[in-house]
Design a protein around this ligand. Structure first.
Ligand SMILES: Cc1ncc(COP(=O)(O)O)c(C=O)c1O
Length: 454
């Protein structure tokens, strides 16, 4: 019996004792290899003295000052650094707003979009379109734009009416053009064109923004859209004067082998939401970056963003973020992730012989593995089997952490895991991750009577 409100009150969780590099140890002395950086957060591994020292130094100087009264040096420096990492069309006049987590970042991004229009005297625009099979956070505003039915279900009556279009989910393309269709730009453009249809139906004068993850993370397992997708989305947003919000909470700051996930596509957003890897889990930290164009609307009006959190731009979090970004830059980690992507994915292909893998997808060190009952027909496993949870459990039993997800095909079916180790993982540790994963997959294949271990 415990007073702690666990995520699942019927489940036992080990108590964490310590962590170093890519390994986490519990109080029973069991050690786990972190194959997914927690929930794709601990991008630099654990226990880095550079970041711990920066945190300690900031605590000694000043731990907290409220942003209605002060700004910290760490906050100012972090804003400069992160804005300097943005694309050229975005950077000039851009500013960074800091908060504690990704859901707060998405709320802030949506309110920033709304305020952009209100500051220009346009009070009518309220709709933020998004996509099914997306994840944008668990607060009610972020959940309204989230497109994962199971996460939405208990709260649907409290959410804004759905304003979702389809995702460009290439493994299960819905265009109906037949086998092989997903290789073409046509399908991606057809998916993007759903946005235009939705805008026209809603009345363009009512629409303020479109929010999307450049590469969908938790709820679609690293699904990469076609290269034509985001350029077409950008065109549509421009045509109707709508802001494009890139939710880079998971993809931002190196995870996909580029600074931002959107860098893979020929399109620049107007607002960027960041979180997770920004302070790499050393402190709670997230950010919203407003492009020069967005910021100008505030500057040309009252200058006030009617918004804020007690812990906005917390000095200790900003110091941790600054040290984390310094570490990434000093060690050239974004380039290294990009260079190691090929080996990472090549190694994963060896898992196909387990017979339960339908698709391996992703970019950089962000990999999704989708499980299927039948690799030829892509028939998913029955949801009752909870295959992704089984894989996570079997992996954890033998000392490997992976990030499971389910229900993404139609709200009920669909199983994947994400493999996303810290950028600092060594080649030997990477091999160990895949060796353990192969053992876990074979065990699950046996349990569900499928695959090569049948
Ligand atoms: C793309 C994306 N947006 C927003 C969030 C919400 O972030 P947080 O859990 O820090 O509130 C997440 C978390 O997984 C995410 O992956």
């Amino acid at each position: 019996m415990s007073e702690f409100f666990f995520r699942n009150l019927k489940k036992n969780y080990p108590t964490v004792a310590s962590a170093k590099g890519v390994r986490i140890t519990d109080t029973e002395g069991r050690t786990y290899l972190d194959g997914c950086s927690g929930a794709i957060v601990a991008n630099l591994g654990h226990g880095l003295p550079e970041i711990n020292n920066a945190i300690n130094e900031q605590v000694q100087k000043v731990a907290f000052a409220h942003t209605s009264q002060f700004v910290s040096e760490a906050g100012l420096e972090l804003a400069k650094k992160v804005v300097e990492m943005t694309p050229p069309g975005f950077m000039k006049g851009a500013r960074a707003y800091f908060m504690s987590g990704g859901s707060e970042a998405v709320e802030t991004a949506i309110k920033m979009a709304r305020s952009y229009f209100v500051h220009q005297g346009d009070n009518q625009r309220t709709i933020c379109f998004s996509r099914w099979q997306s994840y944008h956070g668990s607060t009610l505003g972020a959940l309204s734009v989230t497109g994962h039915p199971a996460r939405r279900k208990p709260y649907v009556p409290m959410l804004r009416s759905p304003s979702h279009i389809s995702a460009d989910y290439r493994y299960r393309c819905m265009c109906g053009f037949g086998p092989g269709c997903c290789a073409s730009d046509e399908c991606s453009i057809a998916r993007a064109d759903e946005l235009e249809a939705a805008i026209v139906f809603a009345g363009p004068e009512n629409v303020m923004a479109f929010i999307a993850e450049p590469i969908v993370g938790a709820t679609l397992g690293a699904a990469v859209p076609g290269r034509a997708y985001f350029p077409r989305i950008r065109e549509i947003c421009d045509k109707y004067g709508i802001l494009l919000i890139a939710d880079e909470v998971m993809t931002g700051l190196g995870r996909t082998g580029t600074t931002f996930g959107m860098n893979h596509f020929d399109a620049e957003p107007d607002i960027i939401a960041l979180g997770k890897g920004m302070a790499a889990g050393y402190q709670p930290l997230a950010a919203v970056l407003g492009s020069g164009r967005v910021v100008k609307a505030f500057e040309d009006s009252t200058g006030v963003f009617e918004h804020g959190f007690t812990y906005s731009a917390h000095p200790v979090s900003c110091a941790a973020g600054l040290a984390a970004l310094d570490f990434v830059q000093k060690h050239g980690l974004i380039k290294k992730v990009s260079e190691r992507e090929c080996g990472f994915f090549k190694r994963a292909l060896e898992l196909i012989k387990t017979g339960i893998i339908g698709d391996i997808r992703g970019k950089g060190f962000m990999m999704g593995i989708e499980f299927v009952k039948n690799v030829d027909t892509k028939e998913p496993f029955s949801a009752d089997l909870r295959v992704s949870q089984l894989v996570a459990q079997e992996a954890m039993k033998i000392g490997l952490l992976v990030y499971p997800g389910s229900g993404f095909i139609d709200g009920v079916n669909g199983d994947h895991i994400m493999i996303a180790p810290p950028f600092t993982v060594s080649d030997d540790e990477m091999s160990e991750i895949f060796e353990l994963l192969e053992r876990a997959l074979n065990a699950v294949a046996k349990l569900v009577g499928s695959g090569s271990a049948r």
